[in-house]
Design a protein around this ligand. Structure first.
Ligand SMILES: [Zn+2]
Ligand SMILES: [Zn+2]
Length: 511
């Protein structure tokens, strides 16, 4: 029989061994308390670097409110390698605009941004081991976008949805349009949980792949498209569009990346001649609401350091779009990112500005956004913001009858001080009618022109704004490009717009 004394001795010995073991091997797994850590802090601690603390605030100068924003960290001594300060490596994003973070020891330049409508700020900070540093960054509104709300109509926020809401708010988007592949994602609970409701609202949509291209649609409340065999059994774009419109029928259907590799969903490839603009496909469907004239994922200039801006791929997309407008096909042009990976692909660069009765994100009605987009009352922007109207406030997308064969264009272009602008082009029926340089006043951030246009033929008119110069750090992989949708001017006064190139040349058999 084992004595009680013996059992006590064994227990004591086991306890001593256990204590010795834990002293030699401190726990390396996270305790339940640690698992509640800020995800950036956990990332930084796992790198094993010595750390200190950074408390920061990002304020809007006029109102003093804390802003959702994005912080880019670079080593202050100019070392090219990126510091790791959180789960997005050298970036932090903040929903609250006021945070306390654990940061590796070092000296940093911190660039604070909130998208293209705000100034860009730079702060210098030094983090010492075990100490706390602080900075307050003040951003001001650099451009007036009143009367318009911003959205990126092609987003795959393929990481945690909470992070997706934060990075979109930090980019200054008013409306988060969720368009993941063949599924529906609702960001509204995250927007509420993060207290972002005063800055952003959201709408549920999807990107649907078919055998003849990829299409985004929103708002969507039910999804019949999960099954690939069903999606891919649809034979023509027309049949697809009819099914899309069936119920409830008041959504946007957008042609995505129209010149992407044919096997990857470029609808225009093999269907719309890239040189002549001739339609080369008997089932070419023209009833889509909008087309991605700018899709950042596919018009980027490839290479080691991808550059986003105006390039030959974007010019091809403009040419394709113009060829449709010249037939009188009023398809709205949009600019989206198709961002999949943060932070290398950034939501909202470019984005769209949609004419809106409200400037308050919480009052955005997705169906009013749909109405405005279907009318073509929007512009797209990678940097500059364009207001364009004709005569007494006739807006983009409208058809307008000229008085005595003449109209007055009102063109207003704004930019934030860190975003260059070189020239503004007026395009009429696909041809550049006038180029306006902004280089005579390089410091000016607002430009306005009133331009009289006379014509004897009906003419659609739109505005482009471009610069070939890179933006400031940390956005030097961007250069500026913006475009409006056209205003359709009935110059001959017969009450409607007679397109300059009516009909389908490919099907023209009248001989
Ligand atoms: Zn796609
Ligand atoms: Zn996509």
């Amino acid at each position: 029989m084992i004595s009680t004394k013996f059992l006590l001795r064994v227990s004591f010995l086991l306890a001593v061994v256990a204590c010795w073991f834990f002293l030699q091997h401190p726990a390396t797994t996270l305790s339940s308390h640690d698992q509640g850590l800020d995800p950036d802090e956990r990332f930084v601690l796992e790198t094993g670097q010595p750390v200190g603390e950074l408390s920061f605030e990002v304020l809007e100068d006029k109102t003093g409110i804390h802003l959702p924003s994005r912080l880019f960290f670079a080593h202050a001594d100019g070392r090219p390698e990126s510091p790791v300060v959180g789960r997005f490596k050298n970036f932090l994003v903040t929903a609250s605009g006021r945070e306390l973070k654990t940061i590796p020891v070092g000296r940093y330049d911190v660039y604070v941004s909130r998208g293209i409508e705000y100034t860009l700020d730079r702060q210098e900070v030094e983090i010492l081991e075990g100490n706390r540093s602080h900075f307050t960054s003040t951003l001001s509104r650099a451009i007036d976008t009143s009367g318009f709300i911003s959205s990126d109509f092609h987003l795959h926020l393929q990481f945690a949805m909470r992070d997706g809401a934060i990075v979109s708010a930090a980019a200054g988007l008013d409306l988060l349009t969720a368009t993941d592949h063949n599924i529906l994602k609702d960001y509204s609970p995250y927007i509420e949980q993060l207290n972002l409701g005063r800055f952003m609202s959201s709408v549920v949509g999807s990107e649907i792949d078919t055998v003849f291209g990829h299409y985004n649609s929103f708002p969507m409340s039910l999804n019949r498209w999960q099954e690939r065999s069903y999606r891919h059994s649809i034979r023509t774009p027309g049949e697809f569009l009819r099914l899309m419109r069936r119920n409830p029928g008041d959504e946007i259907v957008q042609i995505n990346h129209p010149r992407y590799d044919a096997s990857k969903g470029g609808y225009f490839n093999t269907r719309l001649n890239r040189d002549t603009g001739e339609i080369e496909y008997p089932f070419f469907e023209t009833g889509f609401d909008q087309v991605e004239v700018y899709n950042a994922l596919t018009v980027v200039e490839d290479g080691e350091n991808p550059q986003f801006g105006r390039n030959h791929k974007l010019d091809q997309n403009l040419k394709d779009w113009y060829s449709l407008l010249n037939r009188g096909i009023a398809i709205t042009g949009v600019g989206n990112t198709d961002a999949h990976r943060y932070p290398s692909e950034l939501p909202g660069y470019p984005r769209n500005y949609v004419l809106s009765e409200t400037d308050n994100p919480w009052e955005i009605d997705p169906y009013k956004v749909v109405d405005a987009l279907k009318r073509g009352a929007s512009s797209a922007s990678l940097g500059p913001f364009i207001r364009f109207s004709i005569d007494d406030g006739v807006q983009m997308g409208a058809t307008h009858t000229a008085r005595d064969g003449s109209v007055m264009l009102h063109v207003n272009v704004q930019r934030a001080p860190w975003i260059p602008l070189d020239r503004v082009e007026i395009v009429a029926n696909g041809k550049v009618l006038k180029t306006l340089s902004t280089l005579e006043a390089p410091e000016a951030t607002r430009h306005h022109w009133d331009i009289e246009v006379k014509a004897d033929q009906d003419t659609w008119i739109l505005v482009l704004a471009t610069s070939d110069r890179p933006w400031e750090t940390p956005f030097s992989h961007f250069s500026s490009f913006a475009f409006t949708n056209p205003i359709w001017v009935d110059f001959d006064g017969n009450g409607y717009f007679d397109p300059p190139n009516p009909g389908y040349p490919a099907n023209d058999t009248a001989e």
